[in-house]
Structures are given as C-alpha cells and as structure tokens.
Design a protein around this ligand. Sequence first.
Ligand code: DOR
Length: 428
Amino acid sequence: MKLVVKGGRVIDPGTGVDGLMDLRIEDGTIVEVGENLKPDAAKVIDATGKVVIPGLIDVHTHLREPGYEWKETIATGTRAAAAGGFTAVCCMPNTNPVLDNPGQVTYVLEKARREGKVAVYPIGCITKGSRGEELTEIGYLREAGVVGLSDDGLPVENAEVMRCALEYARMFNLPVISHCEDRHLAGDGVMNWGPASTAAGLKGIPASAEEVMVARDLILAAATGGRLHLAHISTAGSVRLVREAKRRGVAVTCEVTPHHLTLTDRFIQESGYDTNTKVNPPLRTDADVAALREGLADGTIDIIATDHAPHHTDDKEVEYNYAAFGISGLDTALPLMVTELVGGGYLTLNQLVEKMCLNPARVFGLSRGRIETGGRADLTIIDPEERRTVDVSRFYSLGKNSPFLGRELTGWPVVTIAAGVVVHGEGK
Ligand code: DOR
C-alpha cells in the first residue's frame, strides 16, 4: 500500500522535528519525509490543519484474552486502541490462565497476529500463577516475546522474591513492573483514604499503601541494579520518592494514568457514586494530581499509560463496595490528555508525544515511536479542532466503564496508520 500524508504539522521529539511536512509511506515503511511530495499513484491523506505524530504506544493494557472474553478480546481491545490513536499496546498477564509460560505468550502473539488491529507486546508474569511465590522461567518468557514482567493487579508481597526478580530480569534486560500496593494497608478499602472517603461513607485506601511498596522496590532496585518500572503511580509521595531515587541514579522509570491526572476522590460522591470511578490505585486528592502533573513535566514520570481495564456492566452495576476496580481508557486517553494537560498548559504537545510514544518505546525496548525515513509507518493524525463529547456507546472497547461520559474533549485522533495500513479513520 502506498500513501502520502500531506500538509500536516509533524511532531516527533525523537528526531526533533516540528513543522509542516509530507510523509511518503510504502509497504509499511516511511520512505520519504519532506515538502511538496508528489502523490505518484499513492493514496493521499490530506492532513492540512492536523497534527501528525508517531503512533501512540500504551504500555499498560488489559486485553482480557484468554479467559475474560466477555470483558474484552484481543480483536476488540486492539480495535479500541486503533480508534484511540494507539498503534501498539503492551498487554498485562492477569488473564485466565495468566501469561506465566511461553505457551500462553505464544497464544496471545498468534491471536494478535491474526485478529489484532495494532501491534501487541505481551508482558509476562513475574511469578508462577501470579501467586508471588516462585519466579517464572524468565529466559523462556523473553524468548517467547515478552517485553516486561509484572504480576499486575497484585503486588509481589515477598521482598526476597521481588529482589530475585529484579536480579534475574536484569540478565535479560527486561523491566520488572511493580503494582505497588501493600494489601494489608489497603485492606478492603474502595477509594482514597481521607476527608472524601469519610464524607462518602466508604472505606479508604491510604496513600501509604502505595508509597511503602514504591519505597521498598526502589531500595531493591538500587541493591540489585535491576530495571524497575512502577505502574500507575498516584500519590505525591510516590512522585517524591521516584524523583529522589532518579537523582541517585537508580534504574527506575514510572507511569501515570490519564484518570489519575484528571480526577480526584471528591468526584466519587459528586458523580453519585458512579462505580466507573472505582479504580486501583484509587483516585486521589487535588494535591496528588498537582504533584503528578509536575512530575510529568519535570521528567520524574516517564510515561502516560492507560491501565485500560475493561469490565462488563454486570461488574459495575452493583453497589460501590462490590464493583470491580478499573476504567476503560483506550478510547479517550489522547483527547483527555490533549484537552486537560496540553490545553491546561501543563505539558506541551511535544512533551505529550514524548510521554505517549518515545518514552514507552525506550523503556520497553520497542523499535518504534519515531517518524523517520526507513522507520516503521506508525502514525496518528490528530484534529486539534475537533470537539466531541465522550459517548461510551461509541467506544470500540467492550468495556463501557468510563467516568468521563459527557465530557467535551478536543484533540481526537482522526486517522491511525499501523505499519502503513489505515486502521482507523478514512472510512475505516
Ligand atoms: O483498577 C484496576 N484494574 N487496577 C489494576 O491494577 C488491575 C485492573 C484490572 O485488571 O481490572
């Protein structure tokens, strides 16, 4: 397939490009970047007035397959990814069965090759069965194609097991992704602990439940030299700990979700106890949101990742205490971040591309995330002017569990091109 993307503002922090430019694509590769390129029998996509960026990469997606296909499948999750402007996702291993052996990883890769709209990179379990007791065969998982290790959804409670994971994973240059939660401190809390939980009459999860584990894992990363990646950090204390560890040269990276950057615990009561606000870690306070935004801007936080956690309405249309934790995020992540963070003056568009394309590729060792001649043609075209209200009935994800219903956002992706093929927009 031959394409020419004409007249858009191309932004690529990886190569330092920011300007009006045309791109020529042939057989999945960008073959020319320049001005006034001739169509030469290629299909032309007019990007005048639009912004062209490298395809987004989500390093924290729950595709739910195998085992929970009523919540999401590889086909629907990657379709939602394409609609959200993502051309690659890293999928979490808390499926059923979990991805703790090469056979399971191969299954996901094979299914993704046949049914996926965008590239899928599996994350393998840190421990067998995600039980936190015995390490998986990390070398074999690596050979099968995992790009990181995590027991996401659950912490590795045993510090010696986590220490060994960091040490072994280091030999294979894999990041160990920590779901930072002390389950004893979290107890059976359902929202952030503080004035808002008291007012709402719900049990709280204190910030310390996250921070204790962040501190522990930073100490273990420093002791082993292993590569630690902290998933979905949500508190000002976590930002402070990571900032300080980075200053000391600890090999740590971390991510934050769009919902933790835009919603607070007060919204739970304000929304009438909308169970779509129930997520783990929980929505925090204004001060936490401010610290997360600051951490992104100063480089403490490397990546914006969705933690796309689709659930069936049966899991959410229950009392707050019984609802499943999780937010469906792929469909809305980009316009939310363009509207709230770029529009609010917290990040430049260039920085946003760094957090959603360049850094995800760097941290997870993926050869993508840039716009360059000879590089893979993964592109997202954004319409900075398009205003649209979030409507979950238009979500491509099976998970309609979004707390952003009814929000008016700008910066929607209008065309997504994965490996040179239009996978969203242009009538797709
Ligand atoms: O809210 C969450 N949902 N947090 C997690 O860590 C796991 C996820 C899920 O799998 O539903």
